[in-house]
Design a binder for this molecule. Structure first.
Ligand code: NAD
Ligand code: TDX
Length: 348
């Protein structure tokens, strides 16, 4: 799709020349920054990242320093946020406390960053009339039963069921209110579960893969039948760029790749691809309130903006992801030790 195709009054037409990416040292944010810098040479990126345990500046290593700048700071710091937003054409907000298990153990950081941080960014975008794209999740819609043929659409009611999901739903509500009340030029995307390189080892797929690599048995929560709708991070990042440059202002777009799989199915595939027996894992206690199933219908994004996923072979995407973790042990080894110590205390 051309950068300046199909411009209308409510549809931004040009690629931003100077983009502010919050949370750009995390998993999806760093994949997005890399995509933008490598494929859109007219765009410069400033990353604002607090470098929490989940943020790693190495994730941006090798990118041209004249086009990528890292500012270490907090999206809840209104002064820093205002200064950076004022000199940007657009903001993409990835910054979040993104892990359900952490939010259950201690919801405070999640509420602060995900809700208060989004509020700060919206206020700055309102003051400086800057385009805002907010990254959200399918978890805002609650969960579906395993035998329910339904999938979430943009019309599904919000029904968050976990601390993390409720913080993301709250942030989405703020964005909608700032669009309606102040005319902030914003869009929201709600995506399903991502996998791919640079994902923190606390998350299911990298945790299982690095456990096998480290000679430890992976862990499966509950009965293992919970279903997630998997999408490769590269497909998510390409969807974000299309929505940022061609999405209708004020709109929400769901991003998913028809990748529903039960956790036990995913774990079996990982074990098979890594040459282990399918039962070489441990069952552990379930996550409290564990959402049963997520499933997204991304028809609007496909129809309106012509997006479609490229990584449609899940086993192939997983193989590449496993290879990435195999080749980047120095990237995950320390985080793995700390993460497993935390999980061990929680009995997971
Ligand atoms: P991540 O945990 O890997 O990265 C989060 C980044 O935000 C880190 O670099 C961290 O240092 C930074 N950060 C945290 N608090 C901050 C603060 N107060 N100020 C500035 N920076 C801060 O997360 P991720 O998996 O890349 O998720 C990115 C976004 O996508 C989140 O908003 C998440 O809710 C959303 N999302 C994730 C998924 C998924 O499957 N991972 C799916 C749908 C939506
Ligand atoms: O060791 C594990 N064993 C296990 O069975 C871990 C870490 C998880 N699980 C299960 C819990 C979930 O059903 O696997 C599934 C996926 O878990 P996570 O990777 O923690 O992801 P999830 O809770 O589904 O949330 C993710 O997708 C939506 C992201 O972390 C969120 O940021 C995103 O919004």
């Amino acid at each position: 799709m051309q950068d300046n195709a199909t411009a209308t009054a409510d549809r931004p037409s040009a690629a931003p020349r100077h983009l502010l990416v919050t949370g750009g040292c995390g998993f999806i944010g760093s994949n997005f920054v890399r995509l933008v810098v490598l494929e859109h040479p007219d765009t410069r990126v400033t990353v604002l990242d607090k470098l929490t345990y989940a943020g790693n500046p190495y994730n941006l290593a090798g990118l041209p320093t004249d086009r990528v700048e890292l500012v270490v700071g907090d999206i809840c710091d209104q002064q820093v946020v205002d200064r950076l937003v004022e000199r940007s054409d657009a903001v993409v907000n990835f910054a979040a406390e993104s892990h359900n298990d952490n939010a259950i153990a201690d919801p405070q950081p999640c509420m602060r960053t995900n809700v208060q941080g989004t509020f700060c960014l919206l206020e700055a975008c309102r003051r400086h009339d800057v385009r805002f794209h907010h990254i959200s999740t399918d978890e805002v819609f609650g969960d579906l039963a395993l035998d329910d043929p339904a999938r979430f659409t943009e019309a599904s009611p919000y029904c968050p069921l976990s601390p993390y999901a409720s913080s993301k739903a709250s942030a989405d509500m703020l964005v909608r209110a700032w669009v309606r009340t102040y005319g902030v030029r914003a869009t929201i995307s709600n995506c399903s579960n991502n996998y791919g390189p640079y994902q923190h080892v606390e998350k299911f797929i990298p945790r299982a893969v690095t456990s096998v690599l480290a000679g430890v048995r992976p862990k499966l929560y509950g009965d293992g039948r919970n279903v997630r709708d998997w999408i490769h991070v590269d497909d998510h990042c390409r969807a974000i760029w299309v929505i940022l440059t061609h999405g209708r202002l004020g709109e929400t777009y769901l991003v998913g790749a028809d990748g529903e799989r039960s956790n036990i199915e995913v774990l079996h595939t990982i074990l098979r691809l890594m040459g282990r027996d399918e039962d070489a894992f441990d069952w552990v206690r379930d996550r409290p309130g564990h959402d049963r199933r997520y499933a997204l219908d991304a028809g609007k994004l496909r129809r309106e903006l012509g997006w479609k996923p490229k990584h449609t072979d899940f086993a192939e995407g997983l193989s590449q992801t496993i290879a990435w973790y195999r080749e980047h042990e120095a990237w995950w080894r320390l985080a793995k030790v700390a993460t497993e110590a935390t999980y061990a205390k929680r009995g997971q």
